[in-house]
Design a protein around this ligand. Sequence first.
Ligand SMILES: [Zn+2]
Length: 183
Amino acid sequence: MGGTAGEAAPGARQRFDLPGVDAFTAPYWRAAAAGRLLIRRCRAEGCGAAHHYPREFCPYCWSEDVGWEEADGRATLYTWSVVHRNDLPPFDTRVPYVAAVVELAEGPRMMTEITGCPPEALRVGMELRVAFRPEGGTGAERAEAEGETEAEEGARERGRERERGSTPEPVVPVFRPAPGRRG
Ligand SMILES: [Zn+2]
């Protein structure tokens, strides 16, 4: 298996952002293409811990009885850094961007990118929601689509149709401020 998602088309600049998909991580990326975020949860008695990034064994009790579970997509901001310089395509067309660690509602912390929020508005603990960014276009195209909601909605729809396909367009989970206030 693998690795083809990261290969550049002839004449295109090499990209450093696309996942290398293998047999173990394929379900994660297929779900992302369908607008679903998967985490791993241990099924060993007395453990039950969730973890991320995905591993084939539980990092808390070493059990191999671990399965995929859909995360509900809520998270809070744990820490972040505004990246002003990154020479690796396509990040060079995206700077400045916000690299972050978020704490998922299920507990695990996840490296990701925050979109749709000016850096000065970021606050530790702010509520976030997962969004799914299709990576088929160039970074420049993506940057132009700054209110990314429509693109993300489109990706979600196309992803559902294509979930059973063998080579989904790479779609990467990012996080945005939670919409509105509840209650
Ligand atoms: Zn465990």
